[in-house]
Write a protein of this length. Sequence first.
Length: 245
Amino acid sequence: MGAYSVGKGVLQWELGGVFDQQNHQLFRYKSMIYQQELSMRYGLIGERLEISAQWGYQWESTLGSTFKDIHQSDIALKLLLFDPYKNPQFEAVNLYSWKDQHRFKLKRLIPALSVGIGYHFFSPTNLFNSWYPTNSPKFMLFTQNSLTNRLVLVTNHVWDHVQTDWPEYRFLASLTHTLGRDWSVFYESEFIKNDLYADHLLRIGGAFLQTKNLQWDTHFALNFKETPRRKTFGIGISYRIDPHN
């Protein structure tokens, strides 16, 4: 997720499905997991404030048994604290030098910065989150850099399940390159760390902007450990309702 909101009065829906194949060499089992995810984002104050809600349902087949339950249910707020592009001199146009206008500028390393706070809601009998309390908070930090006119770097820092016995830290860095008006590709590196599970996932994917309000995306991810070895494939769609169109 980037540092900016979807825009004041804009409602964006995101629907996706993820297939996750896991092969645990130490405990000698295989799992097939499918997750259905739905999220909503709504901009409240220009580019500064956004409210979001996420919901996910999971089907899992392990050792001949099948499990299914909600694996995600939370709400969050995100606030933009700093936007370098609010300074009109940040991207001032040099009409006298084509070379200066198109060269890489170190000031592009100054990111937009947002913070967020969220809250999880789980049933006490939830199959996939039984080791967590029914409710727990999370805190987030987002940065976004437009390194060039086509290359954008986004980072997410998430401190999850805070004030529980199993706090978790996640870091994600995403580099997106636009190929034209409608197509883009991205590369992501995600680190997960807690006392129950730690991992490093590499993810590649692409997106196609079918209309100005409708976008499709897909990705493939894998990790480099065998406890478990993971391969995932996902596809998603997002649609926004923009009153300004």
